[in-house]
Ligand binder design. Structure first.
Ligand SMILES: NC(=O)c1ccc[n+]([C@@H]2O[C@H](COP(=O)([O-])OP(=O)(O)OC[C@H]3O[C@@H](n4cnc5c(N)ncnc54)[C@H](O)[C@@H]3O)[C@@H](O)[C@H]2O)c1
Length: 339
């Protein structure tokens, strides 16, 4: 079965391509390399023994999207990762974010809805919940006004898909709301490749430990949490990738209830920033240099998933721990620095 993975050379996309190929799917990757490297293809091939078909296409170019689907009219599913994802940058460049994250989705759906029985998986985010009133966060928690243009693109993206599904009964879609993906493939052949100063905690930790950054700034030590630092639900990227295969199989086998579904993808366990640092120290034997500084604007106190729906309905649950994720991220950091 031919599956299109957009953004398939990126962090989550590349791990998902590996899991799809492990399950025997034929994968075609579209990526414009705006936030990834062509060498990721070698990493995927090294792990799976199969080199996925790759097309360098910018999904903002409508004619190229149309031409792609004319050439590949036997695609049975699309997993759409391609998007810009830096929250801070989205505040500075809102139109760039709306263009890249919204037009690409619209162009894809326009072509997909021409197919006989299209299956579509969308990368959404727990940012749609903002600071939820109740923890853990279920899929029924209200969507709160977005804190950034990036967050807004995920909310608008979900609405676009829901509206499209209402009038296209043959289109089957699942929006997956990720909590905090971290870690790397245990082989260290693929992982997260942040360009410039990392926006996320774990690459910042590993870059600090390897000496690229002087120390980690922990934003806020006075939150209403047991140790005063923010709490997040860190999910190993390999577990996250496997969830995409399960979601796709659900659609292909027609097991979905309704043609638009939403699932949280997290571990269900919240860990504070200090607990994440302790985990890193534990698995690496290092003592990470960090300093608690003032709060960062826009950060919420705590978010972790209620995983019941993903566990019971999707039939998926996480298998890897925070320590597993930290160990793999550290192995990956050492590998890329040695290169
Ligand atoms: N990483 C996270 O913490 C996180 C959390 C929640 C949701 N998400 C979402 O998951 C998806 C994947 O995230 P990621 O962390 O793997 O990001 P990433 O930047 O590593 O991967 C995205 C890929 O899409 C490509 N891309 C971007 N715009 C494109 C375009 N116009 N045409 C073709 N390719 C394009 C990039 O080159 C990159 O390879 C994104 O939609 C992101 O918003 C990520």
């Amino acid at each position: 079965m031919k599956i299109l993975v957009t953004g398939g050379l990126g962090f989550i996309g590349s791990h998902t391509v590996v899991e799809l190929q492990n399950e025997g799917f034929e994968v075609i990757i579209i990526d414009n390399l705006s936030n990834s490297s062509i060498e990721v293809l070698d990493g995927i091939t090294a792990i799976t023994g199969v080199s996925p078909h790759f097309e360098k296409i910018d999904l903002k170019v409508k004619d190229d999207v149309i031409a792609f689907f004319q050439k590949h009219n036997d695609i049975e599913g699309v997993i759409h990762f391609a998007a810009s994802k830096a929250v801070g940058e989205s505040v500075q460049e809102p139109l760039m974010y709306y263009e890249n994250n919204i037009t690409t989705l619209v162009y894809l759906l326009q072509e997909l809805t021409k197919l006989a029985q299209p299956n579509f998986i969308f990368s959404s985010s727990c940012t749609v919940y903002g600071q939820a009133d109740e923890l853990p966060i279920t899929e029924n928690a209200p969507v709160k006004p977005a804190e950034s243009p990036y967050g807004n693109t995920k909310q608008i993206g979900e609405e676009i898909i829901r509206d499209t599904c209402k009038v296209n009964q043959n289109l089957n879609s699942i929006a997956l709301r990720y909590f905090n993906p971290i870690g790397a493939h245990p082989s260290a052949e693929i992982g997260e490749l942040p360009i410039g100063v990392p926006q996320n905690l774990v690459p910042y930790i590993t870059q600090t430990a390897i000496g690229i950054r002087e120390q980690l700034s922990v934003f806020g030590g006075d939150y209403d949490t047991p140790d005063g630092t923010c709490i997040r639900d860190y999910i190993h990227v390999v577990d996250l990738a496997k969830a995409h295969v399960v979601a796709l199989q659900r659609l292909i086998e027609g097991k979905n209830s309704g043609n638009y579904e939403v699932f949280n993808l997290g571990t269900g366990k919240g860990s504070s920033v200090l607990e994440a640092i302790q985990s890193f120290d534990r698995v690496t034997g290092k003592t990470l240099k960090y300093q608690i500084v003032g709060r960062r604007e826009g950060d919420i106190t705590a978010a972790y998933a209620d995983t019941k729906k993903a566990n019971d309905v999707l039939g998926w649950k996480t298998e890897l721990t925070l320590d597993d994720a930290m160990a793999s991220a550290w192995k990956w950091e050492q590998k890329i620095r040695n290169k």
